[in-house]
Each structure stands twice: as structure tokens, then as C-alpha cells.
Design a protein around this ligand. Structure first.
Ligand code: FAD
Length: 511
């Protein structure tokens, strides 16, 4: 029997966004929906995007994907943190782990105690209070222990092209139809401008009720056809180029991404099983493409495997992602540079929200507006957090960093920073990425010490607090040193599903 959910869905684009969407729809929508994906081998995909955040595990779980199978297929490794090198002053180094720091004492957030006691703990920076950071620093990996005070999330470094291929096989097995060809025309209804069909160069016409624009930076449907404007955030996020280059795998396999600030931007290093992903992100008015390629080549930690791949972009997003019967997912809806590995997360959120607000009837105004509000906020949360890294730098060695430190920033971010400076407080928010520990990692990692602190932390008996914090840090360090090397876990094909495995791995040291 037909239902209001019986729709012909057409996805334009077969990059990470297109195949993630197709795979999720094939698994989660009622069987009356048909899904067709159109992609063009001639155009290809953006071909980068290797670091993720823990949410990807929930996406894979939603699809019933086995973690070990996924690791094998995508040549993935585990990721516990990002290490930021040279983002405070040029010699600074800190971890942004997927975890909180320390445990609350007497109902007061841990970091207030650390701030109050830190002069008595000169060797214990914030990283000493995160098991994930300790494991990452030792190139080790183990699943989070069952003790909630020690908990952390983990994500993956993956080969995004292989992930798209993996999801393509998954989706095609579940009756997603793939059409090869370049869309050369988009037909709209004369009365209200809704999209009716896309027409391929071959003349083939693919009709649909709902169109998902996954066409990448081109934004073929949402931007080019429906005219939804692009809102540029370049004045806050000045980097507009990246050059990417693969090199041999590293002999010691880090369980973290490295982000190293350079005079005009930053470089990434992402360890995969079969190669290392490297890239340089920069502002084109401060560095030429040739200079960027040279700098990247000279910074590689292993032998190059490919020529440099140059990518132009502009930070920002479309004014909204859902217009008429078209939703944009992925680069077609916006892009914020890969500093905190958020693009695949934004794709995932758009898919989940699209399913949640799935347009069943003809009138979709409420669903559309709710979706647009949600995605707009997601983008702005990520935007503010990325700007924070640039704005709070303490480098004086280049015009680029001096500009970032003195530039005007969004009001929403200004208020957050001022609140932290005054009182070491970080407000919680319910919706959107980056909870309190993430903000803390960047503030304190980049040397932003607040003038105020919770007075109750100052009033607590300092000798006893220092002793407690020392014991906490010692325990985390010992646990991390007892865990197996990341390479060993990958050699075993990833984590097993046995629940008892978590704690026992911490007594097992390899390499
Ligand atoms: P694309 O990969 O560009 O795919 C577009 C698709 O549309 C292709 O299949 C193309 O053939 C098709 N298409 C376009 N026009 C037509 C047409 N006319 N007819 C038919 N088909 C068409 N994300 C992360 O999460 N982590 C990272 O570490 C990360 N690093 C990045 C580094 C850089 C430098 C950049 C630029 C991005 C990075 N990203 C990262 C983002 C990530 O690469 C993308 O979000 C992701 O790959 C999704 O891309 P997409 O599928 O939207 O677009």
C-alpha cells in the first residue's frame, strides 16, 4: 500500500556525502522510497577528508557496519585526539582529546581546581588529566575503561575514497540505483520552481520528488539552480587553499592527528595503515601555491607517494541548506576548513536531521525551517570554535598570525571568550558540537589563563587538592603506559567486541 513516504529520491553526487546519504537512506527509509544516485567519474570527487570525530561510530552502528570490517576496508586507524603544535606560541604543544579532563571535586568542575593548584603542579599540564591524551602521547590505543571518570571517545583516520566505495557497495546491495553521467541541465516546474528532473549529457532524464544535492563545491542544485546565496566567513577564517599529498605509512603509528601551525596557516598529518595523509592549509594572499607545495614536501615525515593535489575553497555556508524540494548535504551546503575534522560530522548530522524531518506530505514548511535552523546553528558552532584557534594564537612571527589575533570576531564568540577570561566559566549548550572540555583544551593549550576562578576551588584545602590531582595524573599515566601500542591493535584488525577486553588491555604492553 502506498504511503506518504513513497518518494523518488535523487542524489546528485557520489563523494563521501552522496554515498553516506545513499547508504543511510537505503537502510533507514521505508521500502516504498526509491533512491537513485547520479555521479560523474569525469568530474571525480574532492578526494580528501581523512580525519573524523567519534560520531562516525554511531553512523556506522546505525547502518549495522562491523567496525573491524570497516577498518580493513578503509585502511583506517584509531584517533583519540588532535595534537596542536605551535598554535599558542611557536613552541607550544597541546592535545585536544575526545575526553574530559580530570574528575569534578566536590561538585566543582575539575579545571577550576587545576587552575587554583597549578603553580604547585608545574609538571602536570591539562593533558596529564586525560587518559585519551596520555594514550595518544604514547602512540597507544585501548578502548575506554568502564569507569566513567576515565571515559573517552574515539574516532578514525580513514581513506575517504575507500569509505565512499565501501558505502557504495553497501547501498547498491540495498537497491540504490547508480547512474553514471554528468548532469548538464536541471528541469524545474514552471509554476513554483521545484526541481522536477536532472538531465544527463547522454540525454537521459532522471525524475524525482526529492533531490539531495551532494555535488560538492559546485552546489549544482541548491546554489546554481535554486540560487541560494553563499555566506562567506573568509574574514574570520582567512585560509582559502590546501595542498594535499600522501606519503609512506609511519613506522610508529600515532593514535592522533597532528596539526602544526606554520607562518601562514597550518599543516595536517593523518596516519592511515597504507599511507600518511599530509596537507598544508594556507591563505593565498600570504603564500603562493608553489611555496606551499615546497613547504609541505620539506615537512613530510616519510617518503612521498603522490604529487601535490591543490584545492581551492572559501570558508562559509549557504544561507540555508533546504530550499523547495532540494536539500544540500556536504560541500554543496558549506565548508569549514578541516582543522577539527568536522565535515563528515556535518554530513552525518544533515542526514540524520533529514530523516528526522523527512518531508512526507506536500507542505514541508515547518520541517524545512526546523532543518535549516538546526544546520545553521551546527555550522555556526563549528565556525566559532575554529576561529577560536586562530584568534587565541600567541605568535608574533608573521603578519598572518598578528592579523588573526587582532581581527574582529563574531559576537557569539567574543562573549564566550570574555566569560572565560573573567571567571574560567564555559557555558554549556545542548545543541551542536564542542562541549566544555574541547573549549578548555584550546583556551588553556594556547595559554589563555583566566583572571578569575571559582572561589570555592581557592577555598578548598590546597595540599589535599594537589595530592589528589597528583594521584589522578599518576594513575592515568600508568594506565596509558600499560596499554598496547596502536600499531599492535591495528595489526590485530581493531578492537574485538568482547566487553571484558576493555580493562584487560591496560595490563598488556606491546612496543
Ligand atoms: P565531492 O567529494 O566533491 O563529491 C561531489 C560529487 O558530485 C562527485 O561524485 C562528482 O562527480 C559529483 N558531481 C559534481 N557535479 C556533477 C555533475 N554536473 N553531474 C554529475 N555529478 C556531479 N572532512 C573531514 O571530515 N575530515 C577531514 O579531515 C577533511 N579534510 C579535508 C581537507 C580539505 C583540504 C578539504 C577541501 C576537505 C576536507 N574534508 C574533510 C571535507 C571532505 O573532503 C568532504 O566533506 C567530503 O569529502 C564530502 O565531499 P562531497 O561528497 O560533498 O563532495
Amino acid at each position: 500500500m502506498a504511503t506518504p513516504f513513497d518518494k523518488r529520491i535523487v542524489i546528485v553526487g557520489g563523494g563521501t556525502a552522496g554515498w553516506m546519504t545513499a547508504a543511510a537512506f537505503s537502510r533507514l527509509l521505508p521500502s516504498g522510497c526509491s533512491v537513485t544516485l547520479v555521479e560523474s567519474e569525469q568530474i571525480g570527487t574532492v578526494g580528501v577528508g581523512e580525519a573524523t570525530i567519534p560520531h562516525i561510530r554511531y553512523f556506522n552502528q546505525l547502518l549495522g557496519i562491523d567496525e573491524r570490517e570497516f577498518i580493513e576496508a578503509t585502511q583506517a586507524t584509531y584517533k583519540l585526539a588532535i595534537e596542536f603544535v605551535g598554535w599558542g606560541d611557536a613552541s607550544s604543544r597541546y592535545m585536544h582529546p575526545f575526553s574530559a579532563f580530570g574528575s569534578d571535586l566536590g561538585g566543582i568542575d575539575f579545571h577550576h581546581h587545576w587552575l587554583a593548584a597549578r603553580k604547585a603542579l608545574p609538571d602536570r599540564n591539562l593533558d596529564a588529566f586525560s587518559l585519551a591524551a596520555q594514550l595518544a602521547q604514547a602512540d597507544r590505543f585501548a578502548p575506554p575503561p568502564p569507569d566513567p571518570d576515565l571515559g573517552y571517545g574515539y574516532a578514525f583516520h580513514l581513506d575517504a575514497s575507500r569509505y565512499a566505495m565501501f558505502l557504495r557497495r553497501y547501498a547498491e546491495k540495498r537497491h540504490v540505483t547508480r547512474r553514471e553521467g554528468k548532469v548538464s541541465q536541471v528541469d524545474q516546474t514552471p509554476e513554483d520552481g521545484r526541481i522536477e528532473a536532472v538531465v544527463l549529457e547522454s540525454g537521459q532524464r532522471v525524475e524525482g520528488d526529492l533531490f539531495i544535492d551532494c555535488s560538492g563545491f559546485r552546489s549544482l542544485l541548491l546554489g546554481q539552480t535554486l540560487g541560494v546565496p553563499f555566506e562567506s566567513w573568509k574574514h574570520w577564517l582567512p585560509c582559502d587553499r590546501a595542498v594535499a599529498m600522501a606519503s609512506d605509512p609511519l613506522s610508529v603509528l600515532p593514535s592522533y592527528t597532528r596539526s602544526t601551525a606554520t607562518a601562514t596557516g597550518w599543516q595536517w598529518r593523518i596516519p592511515l595503515q597504507h599511507r600518511t595523509g599530509n596537507g598544508q592549509v594556507y591563505a593565498s594572499d600570504c603564500l603562493s601555491d608553489d611555496e606551499a607545495c615546497d613547504q609541505l614536501r620539506h615537512s613530510l615525515n616519510s617518503e612521498p607517494l603522490s604529487d601535490p593535489n591543490l584545492i581551492r575553497f572559501e570558508a562559509g555556508c549557504r544561507a540555508h541548506s533546504w530550499e523547495k524540494n532540494c536539500l544540500a548535504i556536504g560541500l554543496s551546503s558549506g565548508f569549514l576548513e578541516p582543522l577539527e575534522s568536522t565535515s563528515i560530522y556535518l554530513i552525518q548530522m544533515a542526514i540524520v536531521k533529514c530523516l528526522e524531518f523527512f518531508p512526507a506530505g506536500d507542505d514541508q514548511t515547518m520541517s524545512r525551517d526546523a532543518f535549516n535552523r538546526w544546520m545553521g546553528l551546527e555550522y555556526r558552532r563549528v565556525r566559532d570554535f575554529l576561529i577560536l584557534h586562530y584568534h587565541l594564537n600567541r605568535r608574533t612571527d608573521s603578519a598572518f598570525w598578528r592579523h588573526c589575533a587582532s581581527m574582529d570576531i563574531p559576537e557569539s564568540l567574543k562573549q564566550k571568550i570574555e566569560l572565560f577570561q573573567e571567571s574560567a566559566t564555559i557555558e554549556h549548550y545542548e545543541q551542536g558540537l564542542f562541549a566544555q572540555p574541547s573549549w578548555l583544551a584550546v583556551y588553556l593549550g594556547q595559554g589563555e589563563l583566566p583572571t578569575g576562578v571559582d572561589p570555592r576551588a581557592l577555598a578548598a584545602p590546597q595540599a589535599s587538592v594537589v595530592q589528589t590531582l597528583e594521584a589522578m595524573a599518576t594513575r592515568l599515566h600508568q594506565l596509558a603506559q600499560g596499554a598496547p601500542s596502536h600499531r599492535e591493535i591495528i595489526r590485530r584488525g581493531g578492537l574485538t567486541r568482547e566487553p571484558a577486553a576493555a580493562m584487560s588491555l591496560y595490563g598488556e604492553r606491546h612496543g
